[in-house]
Write a protein that binds this ligand. Structure first.
Ligand code: ZN
Length: 439
């Protein structure tokens, strides 16, 4: 009897301890879920319940200086998404089949998306109306009214393809500006995307009576450029002809500026590229082997093709700089435009131990006025004038002409100014020559 009592007590104690352990485990789990893991769980639940689709803002239009000729515009396209939880199980395969047929997609990949346990899956972006209308008609025929969304979006279009390509630039897959004006003015052009929000339960049905919550997108602002599309077209035509006729393997660049106010009226590089196909090489022979090239080769080529050489590359101004020397000397009263015999070209001049020839050294220009020296592009005359003006004064004129400042052109990837001061170029004859030829 005594023994039985003892074992009954022991059993009760054991039961109590077990009960306490179970309670502690349950309470701990509850505390863990409620306080420690709550954030993650809430996020997971929201992800399953919330089915948000972006509504793209209309990107601003880019016009030429007339404010009427359109250089870049956004046209309406459609994004197709599905809500897998709203699609009946027996319709999933037939739907995946139809989607892959209309949009030319891989059936297995589409089926995987349609079968996912998420509230929203993107099937394809930027489709034209024709294809999405086919899908709409099929949905009606098969009486599928929920689970497939066809939302409006925008796609960039460049009506003149390769006109001003290095100025305008282009956009990436998410409509973000990647080059040129499109990149530089991304903030102005892009606007702000809107959203279609709806909360759904485990069966994919909407919560509450509100239905979908639509947050309207804010459209981007338009831009009017200083570029004149007519001048740009003329400049491109003649640049192309000149580069082909003269076999300029490195291409060429032209900038046309309004001298009254500095407006850039045209800016062209040859070769240019098609803004509607910016990832296609322009080189015909390259097109045939394009797919066989290494990724790094392709991207190097494309970076070169997109580079705006007119503003990104440096080059010697050469004889064009004689105009600066001529005007500085006139301003300083060191020369008259038409005083006959004011200068004399003997075919060469020696500077710091380096003999610099006139281009017509074999038959020197002899006696010249300033106007004639400029017409003849006579090196010794302008080197002599540079010496007369003097280092300090000459440099102050470079400053006054604005050569020491940035150009202020609002395009990405400008080059830095690059000047050799007197003496800096003495380490090599080539540099020395560059300095003086600039005079
Ligand atoms: Zn000469």
């Amino acid at each position: 009897m005594e023994k039985n009592n003892l074992s009954a007590k022991k059993r009760m104690m054991l039961g109590l301890i077990l009960y306490l352990i179970v309670c502690i485990v349950l309470v701990s789990r509850l505390v863990y879920l409620q306080f420690i893991d709550a954030g993650d769980l809430r996020a997971k639940a929201e992800e399953q319940q919330r089915s948000a689709r972006d509504v793209g803002a209309r990107r601003g239009t880019i016009y030429d200086c007339s404010g009427e000729t359109i250089l870049a515009i956004s046209s309406t396209v459609y994004t197709v998404t599905v809500n897998p939880m709203k699609i009946p199980a027996d319709k999933k395969e037939i739907l995946a089949n139809k989607l892959s047929e209309i949009f030319e997609l891989d059936y297995e990949k589409v089926l995987k998306r349609v079968n996912k346990k998420s509230a929203i899956e993107t099937i394809i972006k930027r489709q034209d109306k024709e294809k999405t209308d086919t899908l709409r008609a099929w949905m009606e025929e098969n009486e599928i009214y929920v689970g497939i969304n066809i939302d409006e979006d925008t796609k960039r279009y460049y009506p003149f393809s390769n006109l001003a390509s290095h100025i305008i630039g282009f956009c990436g897959s998410d409509n973000q500006g990647l080059e040129g004006i499109e990149a530089k003015y991304e903030d102005v052009l892009s606007g702000k995307s809107g959203e279609i929000n709806s909360l759904t339960d485990a069966k994919g049905q909407s919560f509450g009576d509100e239905g979908e919550n639509y947050i309207e997108p804010t459209d981007g602002k338009d831009l009017v450029l200083s570029i004149d599309s007519n001048i740009q077209a003329i400049v491109q035509k003649h640049l192309e002809e000149a580069c082909i006729d003269n076999v300029c393997t490195d291409g060429g660049s032209i900038i046309a500026m309004n001298p009254q106010n500095g407006d850039i009226l045209a800016l062209a590089n040859y070769p240019n590229y098609d803004l509607n196909n910016p990832y296609q090489p322009v080189d015909e022979s390259l097109k045939t082997v394009w797919q066989d090239l290494e990724q790094v080769q392709r991207s190097n080529y494309l970076m070169g093709m997109w580079r705006n050489k007119a503003i990104a590359d440096t080059y010697e101004p050469g004889s064009t700089f004689k105009l600066v020397t001529a005007s500085s000397s006139l301003e300083e009263g060191l020369a008259d435009v038409d005083r006959a015999g004011a200068f004399c070209c003997s075919g060469a001049i020696e500077i710091a131990g380096v003999r610099i020839k006139c281009w017509r050294y074999y038959r020197p220009h002899g006696s010249e006025s300033l106007r004639e020296a400029l017409m003849n592009s006579c090196n010794p005359v302008f080197i002599g004038l540079g010496q007369k003006i003097g280092k300090e004064k000459y440099y102050s004129y470079l400053e006054k002409f604005g050569f020491l400042k940035k150009t202020g052109i609002d395009l990405p990837r400008r080059s830095r100014k690059y000047f050799l001061k007197r003496g800096e170029g003495r380490t090599s004859r080539a540099c020395n020559y560059f300095f003086w030829s600039a005079f």
